[in-house]
Design a protein around this ligand. Structure first.
Ligand SMILES: Nc1ncnc2c1ncn2[C@@H]1O[C@H](COP(=O)(O)OP(=O)(O)O)[C@@H](O)[C@H]1O
Ligand SMILES: [Mg+2]
Length: 344
């Protein structure tokens, strides 16, 4: 006569919840001994106890592995434009602060080789830049400066470009450092400068997401379109591309400009652009710039501060999954092959 056990008996003997046992019972029916019918009730055989325990161990091991892989990286969001002076630096810094305010560990990397001014706008003086990391003078942890409201700020200097030309230097080391940054921060906003140079374009091809900043000025639109076309011809793999229209007079103007740009991108290049929002033209921004303060800190209730908050919220909503490969590693792979050295 076999020992007959109810689900409660099994729960007591294995220490597992009844609901979990029911789940294992349905998922792994073929592994369990046949149930025994007595009267009109099905009972478990006593051998089931050991089987449930072993199924549980298997599931636990699987869960643990799933947690460790695939690896997750922070989102690398590149802010770019066709021409300078459209508000990239203000927007890159403003977004980083908003992401941080909305609970994401965020870092802004100043990769504008021509006019690096994220630090100027955040009111801090950089001690080191990416070049020092490339030369091995500092580690990544020393490079990240504490910026306003807890954001991290990294000065690029000529580092991003030097990386492209770093034939003799230890590129592997710097990529490892940047990958460690991607693992530490949830969002890395990169102020790339105007994107017409090849170095910037390689980086734009590698970033997880792109933000194009344009203004209602017709040359800004044309230059941004030119950049998008160049990226398209460079066989950029599909990635989210967002548009921010800055310095608009009215909401209607923002909508007209966004529709025109997105329409051209779709019709002529087959690229779909997501409108992430707009920022009004407002003296709050220039006043804040003059005081070396991010505008959303200078005046948190100004309309422009609400605008940037909306854009950040849109971006957070748009992409909920974290990247499973490293943008900086992709950048390395895009660089000319003769510069690449195998890891030591
Ligand atoms: N929404 C805005 N309203 C008014 N002035 C702005 C606005 N956005 C940027 N500016 C001003 O435009 C200039 C260029 O901004 P910046 O962020 O440095 O642009 P970029 O990085 O594209 O060169 C700065 O003087 C800044 O104060
Ligand atoms: Mg700038």
């Amino acid at each position: 006569m076999p020992t007959l056990l109810t689900i409660n008996d099994i729960a007591r003997q294995t220490g597992l919840e009844e609901s979990l046992l029911r789940f294992y019972e349905s998922e792994c029916a073929e592994e369990l001994p046949k149930k025994i019918l007595r009267g009109d009730t099905l009972f478990f055989d006593k051998a089931s106890v050991a089987v449930f325990t072993s199924i549980h161990s298997k599931y636990q091991a699987k869960k643990h592995l799933q947690k460790q892989s695939p690896e997750q990286y922070g989102r690398v969001i590149a802010v770019t434009s066709g021409k300078g002076g459209v508000g990239k630096t203000n927007i890159a810094l403003g977004l980083t602060i908003e992401f941080q305010r909305q609970g994401k560990m965020s870092v802004v990397l100043d990769a504008d080789m021509g006019l690096a001014n994220v630090h100027l706008l955040s009111g801090i003086t950089p001690q080191h830049d990416l070049m020092d990391l490339i030369k091995g003078k500092v580690e990544m942890s020393e490079l990240i400066e504490a910026g306003p409201e807890g954001i991290g700020v990294i000065a690029g200097g000529n580092g991003m470009l030097a990386l492209a030309d770093s034939g003799k230097q230890d590129r592997h080391h710097i990529i490892q450092s940047l990958v460690s940054l991607e693992k530490a921060a949830e969002i890395i906003v990169v102020d790339t400068g105007a994107g017409m140079g090849q170095g910037v374009r390689d980086f734009l091809q590698a970033a997880d997401e792109l933000i194009f900043v344009i203004t209602p000025d017709i040359t800004s639109l044309a230059d941004a379109y030119g950049l998008l076309k160049a990226l398209h011809q460079g066989k950029m793999s599909p990635r989210p591309i967002y548009l921010v229209v800055n310095m608009v007079q009215t909401l209607k103007q923002a909508a007209v400009v966004a529709t025109r740009f997105a329409g051209c991108a779709q019709d002529f290049l087959g690229i779909s652009i997501t409108n992430a929002g707009y920022i009004l033209k407002d003296t709050t921004v220039t006043q804040a710039t003059a005081r070396q303060t991010p505008f959303s800190i200078f005046n948190p209730t100004a309309r422009v501060s609400k605008n940037i908050r909306t854009i950040a919220a849109n971006l957070l909503q748009q992409n909920m999954t974290e990247p499973t490969s490293s943008a900086f590693s992709r950048y390395l792979n895009l660089l000319p092959a003769e510069y690449q050295r195998p890891p030591p």
